[in-house]
Design a protein around this ligand. Sequence first.
Ligand SMILES: NC(=O)c1ccc[n+]([C@@H]2O[C@H](COP(=O)([O-])OP(=O)(O)OC[C@H]3O[C@@H](n4cnc5c(N)ncnc54)[C@H](O)[C@@H]3O)[C@@H](O)[C@H]2O)c1
Length: 302
Amino acid sequence: MPDLDLTGEHVLVTGGAGFIGRSVVAGLAAAGAKVSIVDLLPSTASGGESIVGDLCDPAVRDAAVTPDLTGIVHLAAFTSVLGSLRDPAAVHRVNVEATAGLLELARLRGVPRFVLASTNAVTGDVGDTPIHEELPIRPLTPYGATKAAGEMLLSGYAGGYGMTTCALRLTNVYGPGMAHKDSLIPRLMRAVRDDGVIQVYGTGEQRRDLVHVSDVVAGLMVAWRSAHVGPLIIGTGRSVSVLDIIDAVAKATGTPIRTEHVPAKPGEMPAVVVRTDRAAALGYSPAMSLEDGLVTVWDEFR
Ligand SMILES: NC(=O)c1ccc[n+]([C@@H]2O[C@H](COP(=O)([O-])OP(=O)(O)OC[C@H]3O[C@@H](n4cnc5c(N)ncnc54)[C@H](O)[C@@H]3O)[C@@H](O)[C@H]2O)c1
């Protein structure tokens, strides 16, 4: 972000070839940081070092966490909620064991900052109650549980070793670079492009907070500048129903969307309504409207 000068910083972005990772890498580099990447997939970003490998492999972590790093942004993860219900052991290996291994190397090698991409799903189902950072943690899926476990590890390393560890609890992120994903927005974009039918789980009245990836990068910068320790919710603070999202995509693409209602999936939260006051107090202010943000996604699909 323009007002944050990261000249002299060397940041490792795990998952830097992924959807959010690509924007984070670009944002950090634009702020002057040297950025290295580790991912299962090769990265197209130019600049710092790029390691292709599995973070479950200790040798890959060993190569990635160099002592000259000033921070790690840990985005690499098993990200599928439904997939985590099918294979909870796999999600544990990636989201907990690899995270613990990275944190420990950071401690041993004197890397002072560690930012984890977490989720509001750590809070579980609180109905329409707005989610904030002080609510108890009660995840409903293995995915949510592993992110909660990651947050607890970060807390222990902040308390025990004085590391600046922060968990960004992201709402539903959308934006350019998500064509490989299977979440609602890319499914809608594909339905429009291919003249397909979109499956709506349950009534479609469930509410979601959609945050544009550019605002996630802004949230990361706010956390970095303030050296925030602990969880920080990054969303828009405005939730819309799935049916409203379908309407918004139809407007952004200029195409009506055909829908088919199917039974709701287990573990799906009926509402995600968040409060972003803690991030706002640190200077976070999401700037992208849903209408403008959807156009940035459609540009890649059309
Ligand atoms: N997209 C969202 O709406 C959202 C919401 C909340 C939290 N998050 C979190 O944000 C982070 C990034 O998500 P994303 O949407 O960009 O997902 P993504 O799948 O596009 O990116 C994840 C990247 O991590 C890499 N990766 C996965 N396992 C790895 C491993 N074992 N070793 C090395 N690399 C590995 C993948 O190759 C991929 O490039 C994840 O931690 C996710 O849980 C995302």
